[in-house]
Design a protein around this ligand. Structure first.
Ligand SMILES: Nc1ncnc2c1ncn2[C@@H]1O[C@H](COP(=O)(O)OP(=O)(O)OP(=O)(O)O)[C@@H](O)[C@H]1O
Length: 245
């Protein structure tokens, strides 16, 4: 689990789901070895941005650079990123060890070094001893820990979390964010985290990218954007969240 972190840059990245709709366009940078949150209204394009970086969607034009490498045309498996989603991260019929092992070898043939790495990852997320449990016998937070362990064994320098803890209650979500912060400190990965909640961003993200209407409306230090009110679009978003419904 070397990690190390590397920069991620999206340059004039243009994308649309249907030809009759206006293109989204992303210009943003994620600093190496930092935690950056991606925030913005529902439907603004946060998951789309992560899907483009992961390679699940293909840009019409523009470039994605990870470090100095242009990865715009690489298939997802060859990109130096791991991604954890809110749901559907685990195979229900496989136990915890196999679910994590898939991150090392899709055929689950693990040599002793790979088994050591797996044990190390389960230990890092606090799940040593859970190897033979099936996902159905785990809590929501434990399931997400397994998904993070699988991301860790993949040894990619960029870890993306797409509302990975969105279905968890506030206390558990805070614990999971602290786990990510702890792993980040130890492995210095570049972390990109989509969240709706400004407190999630304040808790672990030094930087923030704010998306609005398929564009990057603001990017910069979290405290300046969330607390100093530096950007009008972000201010309006925060204000709208505080309005009782
Ligand atoms: N597979 C798809 N096909 C067509 N349109 C899509 C698809 N996925 C997303 N969209 C549309 O693209 C826009 C951006 O969606 P996206 O999921 O990236 O937003 P988001 O900011 O992550 O939203 P949320 O916070 O609600 O998850 C939305 O208008 C959405 O309806």
């Amino acid at each position: 689990m070397s990690g190390g972190g590397t920069s991620v840059r999206c340059e004039a990245l243009s994308f649309r789901y249907r030809p009759d709709e206006p293109a989204m366009r992303f210009d943003c940078a994620f600093a190496p070895g930092r935690v950056t949150s991606v925030m913005g209204p529902s439907g603004s394009g946060k998951s789309t941005l992560l899907a483009l970086i992961a390679g699940f969607e293909r840009a019409e034009s523009g470039r994605i650079l990870i470090g100095d490498a242009d990865i715009t045309r690489l298939p997802p498996a060859r990109r130096p990123v791991s991604i954890v989603f809110q749901d559907n991260n685990l195979f229900a019929h496989l136990d915890v060890a196999a679910n994590v092992g898939l991150g090392i070898a899709p055929d689950l043939r693990l040599d002793s070094a790979a088994r050591g790495k797996l044990a190390e990852a389960l230990d890092a997320v606090g799940l040593a001893g859970y190897e033979t449990r099936k996902p159905g016998a785990l809590s929501g937070g434990e399931r997400q820990r397994v998904a993070i362990a699988r991301a860790l064994v993949r040894d990619r320098p960029v870890l993306m979390l797409d509302e990975a803890f969105g279905s968890l209650g506030p206390a558990l979500r805070a614990a999971m964010l602290d786990l990510v912060a702890d792993l980040h400190r130890r492995m210095a990965m570049t972390v990109i985290m989509v969240s709706h909640d400004p407190d999630d961003a304040r808790r672990i993200a030094s930087d923030l990218v704010f998306i609005d209407g398929g564009r990057v409306a603001a990017q910069g230090p979290t405290d300046r954007l969330l607390d100093d009110g530096e950007n009008e679009t972000v201010r309006a978003y925060l204000g709208s969240r505080q309005t009782p419904s």
